[in-house]
Ligand binder design. Structure first.
Ligand SMILES: Nc1ncnc2c1ncn2[C@@H]1O[C@H](COP(=O)(O)OP(=O)(O)O)[C@@H](O)[C@H]1O
Ligand SMILES: [Mg+2]
Length: 1107
């Protein structure tokens, strides 16, 4: 449940001055002091917030506080500036009412801080988002920039705003900020050239010199030392707790965020530097012939540097400081300036330069923060303007400032009354006229167009002839003398003539906030605010981006002979605009008060606060607010707060709230004049009544609290008792159970003991009996066993005896029988046993041998030499014989497979073997070669057809042989044919028969023992064939040829065998000569074949390659 709170809860003093009872200045101040001492710096007067400057940071501006005050009603929480900001923001957002927040108070009272608090609160509660945050940031960051250029340390405030500021913040329909517009009022520019004791020039000068980098300073031709500059008073150059260098960085950063370009910042700093330089320009008098004084610039260095900074031609500026040109009606008159005039001109230039720079800054910031969207905006204006100033010496500035405050007071009265009236109408309450002081008459005294003080000052300034401040005062004296708020010593009003508190050349105005004495000195000058045209023209000519913008009147093309508007006139106009602007908005007031003059925390100076309260018209304010009804409250919170005061409404009122309140008031018997019922609110005339209600409520709350306490305590005790009771039952139950359990256990265990004893006794008895029986049984068994045993053994012994006897008889019988048999048959054994056993054994061995032979028979291959060995020596002969028979039989078997042809071949091979085996080295290589016989295919070859037919007989062998020539040992090819009866030599190429020799003519054949194919065919001496001599031939098939020759020769029955002569040296008959053919083993010169060489007539040598 949400707890409804109210301003009235835990109040220190009263949170709203309207409730002050009795209302007097003392009680008012006392209330403020009381609250201030308790750190309550905010107090309301109705919807106006009075803010006391705490001069220390209080923990009441945290984000948590922001959340606390967010979306709460104004009177719900204790007074706070956030409550006002929230109220303003919400009625702007939700009710579409433009708002303005008017912050007033004297210098150092905390106006600027208050304005920042309002802005930061609004920034915290309004919408979020990238774009919105950027706008917020720019709006907030415009403050440091303006403060650097427009604030200064004064005796009252280390960071005193020296200009008035009004800022319009624009929001869209959702309440998100869109942008803003800043207006500035009356910068205190005289501070640029001169500062009162203990005060400083504007912050920016100090910040620039302390914070800028060496490089920047060099560019600006500046020196860090403050003492080098005439315009910077030395006595309070540094302020405790203020770090100028850090501030400079903050300002640069803020300028960047706001959107200043880098070159713009540079230009601004150049102007600031130029002002400092300007202050250093000094003049010296120079007498002229015509008697006029003239001034000259003393040291031109500063002038030169300043001209360089601003891009001004030095001579032009120098001249502008020495001469003044006055133009009137097409005439130009040039007059020289004396030294003091030159100084005046210099200072005027400096002031103008700076104040215009300041205005330019405001314009530039406005450009950046201008709302982009063209939609309708809701506006919240924040006015932070100098408050009423009453010094010892009050001059033109104070006059202007106080005028402004007078106007603000006026709209305050007007708007407050208007609002009050509107509320009465809204709530349908009868309007009773309120008596209050209307300061319109004072405003009129100042601003009246005909005879107002400002109008007369302007008139005086424009009047030709000598014009001084005194002539102005005279004029005032004549015209305003009758005015009841104007006083002057010289006024016609004789009552003042004796008033010695009023010095000469002064006038006094009775402002709504008190009397202020103004000294007229300087009024005319300050109002004129004159800058010689030569100077403004010189400035316009400057080659600098800013100068042309801020000195537009210097443009020679637009020479305006009319005087520029006076300062007073300008101010009046801008105040007028401001007032018109404020009148369209819903006002919210923050009245700032400073508690002491020492800028110190915790000190509350009564007189000072009283003075401020007076001139701020706070009492007036309370009175106006209380004129009709002091307090008003919506029905619902009212009923909620006081419903306990009446039985009908407590604890719940079911009907409409208004009726509830009516019943409540009737029940309390409050007189009907004390309150009135509006549409939604109840209006209470006197705070007394409210406090009566509060008092009753407090009493009632105490009773209620006591009641609640009583009921609660009763309830709590009862609950406790019930709990105790319940627990007691539980405990008792548990205990009984436990006791019974114990008892039962005891009985149970004793029973068991007794039982066990009895059972034991019984069991033992039975056991004893059983044991006795068992022993009896055992005894019987043992006895019977012994008896049976005896019986059995006796029988066994008898049986054994019987058996032994039977066996002995059998054995004796067997022995006897054996003996008898052996005696009988001995003669039949032994006589032929040896022979028979021998035969049988031999038989057996033979049988085994043959059976074994059968199993191990060798293979049928004739060359297989295997044969099983004999087992016994006596079988040697038989075994060898058997083997021989087997071999023969196997050969026979083998032979029986041969055909006739094959048989012939083998016969030939056999014959070859008989002839050559172990005799000629060539033989082994021929064994594997089959004897083909016809090597030249004589039948098929057509070349030898004729030869074939010529031979007639069957050709046994045909081969190509070499016939060795006796002359050289070389061979020539011949066909060698062998038939049954002849052998023929024929030409190999033609097949022509060279020689045909019948076989009977061949006596022998000679061959070597070696591995060659030479053979000699020796013919029968004296035969026809032998006429040509023997043949020495060589052939690759020597073995075959010789074998076949030998067979053919052998086949002829009528002749003897052809001799085969195997020797390494033999004779061959060549015709008449016998030549010896000798075979030698030679190197393998001719490869593998043997070569024949003739050695001499009688010797042919055949060298056979060694094997
Ligand atoms: N709410 C505040 N909390 C703490 N210090 C404050 C507060 N208001 C003002 N001050 C102190 O008072 C000084 C002057 O306040 P400032 O707002 O500059 O006065 P004004 O603008 O009225 O001349 C500030 O510099 C600050 O030290
Ligand atoms: Mg200020």
């Amino acid at each position: 449940m949400e707890v409804k709170t109210s301003l009235l809860d835990n109040m220190i003093g009263v949170g709203d001055m309207v409730l002050l009872e009795p209302l007097s200045e003392e009680s008012f101040i006392e209330n403020l002091r009381n609250r201030f001492d308790h750190n309550e710096i905010y107090t309301y007067i109705g919807s106006v917030v009075i803010s006391m400057n705490p001069y220390r940071s209080l923990p009441i501006f945290t984000p948590e506080k922001v959340e606390e005050y967010r979306n709460r009603n104004f009177y719900e929480l204790s007074p706070h500036i956030y409550a006002l900001a929230d109220e303003a923001y919400r009625s702007l957002r939700d009710q579409d009412k433009d708002q303005c927040i008017l912050i007033t108070g004297e210098s150092g009272a905390g106006k600027t801080e208050a304005s920042k608090l309002v802005m930061s609160y609004v920034a915290a509660v309004c919408g979020k988002g990238q774009e919105v945050n950027k706008v917020k940031e720019q709006l907030l960051q415009s403050n440091p920039v303006l403060e650097a250029f427009g604030n200064a340390k004064t005796v009252r405030n280390d960071n005193s705003s020296r200009f008035g500021k009004y800022m319009d913040i624009e929001f869209d329909f959702k309440g998100d900020p869109l942008g803003g517009v800043i207006s500035n009022y009356l910068l205190e520019k005289s501070r640029v050239v001169k500062q009162p004791r203990g005060e400083r020039n504007f912050h920016i000068f100090y910040q620039l010199l302390s914070g800028a980098s060496d490089d920047t300073l060099k560019k600006l031709k500046l020196d860090r030392d403050f003492s080098k500059y005439n315009y910077l008073s030395l006595d309070s150059a540094s302020v405790t707790g203020l770090d100028d260098a850090a501030c400079f960085r903050t300002v640069r950063n803020a300028m960047q965020i706001v959107g200043f370009m880098e070159d713009e910042v540079q230009s601004v700093l150049e102007l600031v530097a130029a002002v400092l330089k300007l202050g250093n320009i000094e003049f010296k008098p120079e007498s002229r012939v015509n008697g006029f004084d003239e001034s000259r610039v003393k040291d031109k260095n500063d002038l030169k540097e300043m001209c360089e900074l601003l891009g001004i031609e030095q001579s032009v500026l120098e001249r502008a400081f020495s001469y003044r040109t006055v133009e009137a009606k097409m005439e130009k008159v040039s007059t020289t300036l004396n030294v003091s005039q030159a100084y005046y001109a210099r200072d005027a230039l400096a002031k103008n330069l700076y104040s215009r720079l300041f205005s330019w800054l405001v314009t530039r910031i406005n450009e950046s923060i201008k709302a982009q969207a063209k939609t309708r905006h809701k506006v919240m204006g924040v006015l932070d303007i100098y408050g009423f100033e009453i010094f010892e010496e009050n001059s033109f500035e104070q006059f202007i400032i106080n005028y402004c405050n007078e106007k603000l007071q006026q709209i305050f009265i007007e708007l407050t009354l208007r609002e009050e009236q509107e509320e009465y109408i809204r709530e349908d309450i009868e309007w009773t006229n309120i008596e209050y002081f209307n300061n319109a008459i004072i405003c009129d005294l100042i601003e009246n167009n005909q005879n107002g003080i400002l109008a007369m000052l302007d008139e005086e300034c424009l009047r030709p002839g000598t014009v001084t401040d005194d002539t102005f005062l005279d004029k005032l004296n004549t015209i305003c003398a009758e005015h009841q708020h104007f006083e002057s010593r010289l006024s016609k009003n004789s009552k003042f003539l004796t008033d010695h508190s009023l010095p000469h050349s002064c006038f006094r105005i009775q402002h709504y906030a008190g009397k202020v004495l103004y000294r007229v000195e300087g009024f005319v000058d300050k109002n004129n605010d004159l800058l010689y045209r030569d100077l403004s023209q010189a400035m316009y000519k400057a080659n600098h981006s800013l100068m042309k913008q801020i000195f537009p009147e210097g443009n020679p093309a637009k020479v305006n002979l009319k005087r520029p508007p006076t300062a007073g006139f300008q101010f009046k106009a801008s105040v007028g605009t401001l007032m018109r602007n404020l009148l369209t908005k819903n006002p919210n007031y923050i009245r700032c008060i400073k508690p002491n003059d020492k800028k110190a925390a915790h000190i509350f100076t009564d007189t000072l606060v009283c003075h401020q309260a007076r001139y701020l018209g706070l009492m007036e304010n309370v009175r106006v607010r209380r004129a009709g009804y002091a307090f008003r409250q919506m029905y619902e919170p009212c009923l909620e707060r006081y419903k306990m005061l009446c039985k009908q409404t407590w604890p719940h009122w079911r009907g409409p709230t208004r009726e509830g309140v009516e019943v409540l008031m009737a029940d309390l018997q409050i007189s009907t004049e004390e309150f009135a019922y509006g549409r939604s609110k109840i209006f209470i005339r006197n705070p007394r009544t409210l406090f009566f209600l509060e008092e009753k409520r407090r009493g009632c709350l105490e009773n209620l609290a006591a009641l609640i306490q009583k009921i609660y305590r009763g309830w709590k005790c009862r609950k406790h008792f019930l709990l105790l009771k319940k627990s007691q039952v539980v405990v008792a139950a548990w205990y009984r159970r436990y006791a019974q359990q114990n008892k039962y256990q005891k009985i149970k265990s004793s029973t068991v003991v007794m039982q066990s004893f009895i059972r034991g006794w019984k069991a033992r008895k039975i056991l004893r009996e059983l044991k006795y029986q068992k022993r009896c049984k055992e005894a019987v068994t043992t006895i019977s066993a012994y008896w049976h045993g005896t019986q059995a053994r006796r029988e066994l012994r008898r049986l054994k005896e019987e058996a032994r006897r039977k066996h002995a008889v059998a054995v004796i019988w067997a022995y006897w029988l054996g003996l008898k048999v052996r005696r009988e048959y001995r003669k039949f054994f032994r006589a032929h046993a040896g022979r028979k056993i021998y035969d049988f054994t031999i038989q057996r061995i033979m049988q085994k041998y043959f059976l074994n032979l059968k199993k191990t028979m060798p293979s049928m291959s004739p060359i297989d030499k295997k044969w099983p060995a004999r087992p016994y020596l006596f079988m040697e002969g038989a075994n060898t014989e058997l083997r021989r028979i087997f071999y023969l039989w196997r050969c026979k078997k083998y032979r029986s497979q041969f055909t006739e042809d094959k048989k012939a071949v083998y016969e030939e091979k056999l014959e070859a073997s008989e002839i050559f085996k172990d005799k000629k080295a060539l033989y082994p290589s021929s064994v594997s070669q089959p004897f083909k016989g016809d090597y030249v295919e004589i039948n098929k070859n057509p070349k030898y057809q004729k030869l074939n037919t010529a031979v007639e007989e069957k050709v046994i062998l045909a081969d190509v042989v070499n016939k060795i020539n006796r002359a050289n040992g070389k061979g020539s090819s011949r066909i060698f044919l062998l038939t049954k009866n002849n052998f023929v030599l024929a030409d190999q190429k033609t097949g022509q028969v060279k020689a045909s020799i019948p076989l009977p003519d061949l006596t022998s054949v000679s061959v070597s023992t070696q591995n060659d194919g030479f053979f000699a065919l020796k013919l029968k001496e004296g035969s026809a064939s032998a006429a040509k001599g023997d043949f020495l031939l060589s052939s690759d098939h020597l073995i075959e040829i010789i074998t076949k020759l030998h067979r053919a020769g052998t086949a002829m029955a009528d002749r003897e065998q052809i001799n085969i002569n195997i020797s390494d040296e033999f004779l061959v008959q060549f015709k008449q000569d016998k030549v010896c053919v000798k075979f030698v083993q030679g190197g393998s010169k001719n490869g593998n074949s043997a070569a024949c060489k003739r050695k001499n007539n009688r010797l042919l040598e055949v060298s056979v390659p060694s094997p």
